[in-house]
Design a protein around this ligand. Structure first.
Ligand code: VAH
Length: 314
């Protein structure tokens, strides 16, 4: 059975559904901090879990005979900057609890997401390599970089089969993002369909690595299903679907909504975006476990607008 933390989050909502489809809802225990999330998961078990409560997490692992943990709960880049020490504590203590439980309860596998936020202002920005200078200057990025090293440590010292992907910005229509710097790339589609002008919190040329949620889910499941010996990197894999700027995603939407307007009003998130890469070299993921993106910007925009207009009945 699989325990998922942060199941109601942007990635969690879709990954929980995909894992339910793959393994059957009866084998999935979705957990999140808010009780309200329960109605999202009629097809599987749901329990409220504050990931800071390691005793409770261990209790659920024993009660449901958990063999894998997908630890997705974390505070993201933008929100993290508002409460640095709490963000560090939540992101790190919860990961260490999961790794300790995986070691002591001899779990089969653990999944833990990292991010391109582990890169910083001294990292080469174009086709950022798998191995390179990493000087993150957000608490979120610092916690993800430290977390990667802890994952590698628990794998090397205790044989914990923990696997990880450095996600770029994730874009999907089934769930809203929460507190990230790349959230603009989801918000913009909603505004286009609602016929409103989009006020973008990054400037028009902020080029960032991005990925359609369908590709992120596929990459995650492909990595987790790969034979152990193929997973040669135990910090976290560079993976990317595409790269674009606010201007480019705006232009891809114009093709469908010719009257759509945008204004650029950069805020504190501009500095975070400026510290991140423009594009990512994901050749190791391609070589080791066959990663290959399906969606480019045009295809993503078509799929997003089609599904959102149905969802929003526009
Ligand atoms: C964030 N969506 O913006 C997350 C992600 C690369 C971006 O880590 O914080």
């Amino acid at each position: 059975k699989i325990l998922i933390t942060g199941a109601a989050g942007q990635l969690g909502s879709e990954l929980t559904q995909a894992l339910g489809n793959l393994f059957g809802g009866d084998n999935i225990l979705a957990t999140d901090i808010n009780e309200g999330a329960r109605e999202k998961f009629p097809y599987c078990h749901f329990e409220v879990l504050n990931v800071m409560d390691s005793e409770r997490m261990l209790e659920l692992v024993k009660k449901y005979e958990i063999t894998q943990i997908y630890h997705l709960a974390a505070i993201l880049s933008a929100t993290g900057e508002k409460n640095p020490l709490f963000t560090w504590k939540l992101n790190m203590d919860s990961l260490l609890s999961v790794l300790e439980i995986a070691k002591n309860e001899n779990l089969d596998k653990v999944y833990w997401p990292s991010s391109i936020a582990v890169f910083g202002t001294n990292t080469p920005v174009d086709l950022t390599p798998q191995y390179t200078a990493m000087d993150p200057n957000t608490v979120y990025g610092i916690s993800k970089l430290a977390g990667e090293l802890w994952c590698s440590y628990y794998n090397e010292k205790f044989g914990v089969d923990v696997r990880s992907i450095r996600y770029p910005g994730l874009i999907g229509y089934k769930s809203l993002p929460g507190g990230g710097t790349t959230d603009y790339a989801v918000d913009i589609y909603y505004k286009a369909i609602e016929g409103k002008t989009y006020e973008c919190f990054l400037n028009e040329d902020s080029y960032l690595p991005m990925m359609y949620m369908a590709d992120a889910i596929k990459a995650t499941i492909d990595l987790m299903q790969a034979p152990k010996e193929q997973v040669k990197i135990r910090t976290s894999y560079n993976v990317s679907g595409m790269s674009f700027s606010p201007k480019e995603i705006y232009q891809s939407i114009l093709k469908h909504y010719p009257d759509f307007k945008i204004e650029y009003k950069p805020d504190f998130r501009q500095a975070i975006a400026d510290s991140w890469p423009n594009s990512i070299d994901d050749s190791h993921a391609r070589e080791h476990w066959g990663w290959k993106p399906t969606y480019d910007l045009a295809k993503m925009t078509e799929d997003m607008l089609q599904n959102l207009s149905i969802m929003l009945e526009k």
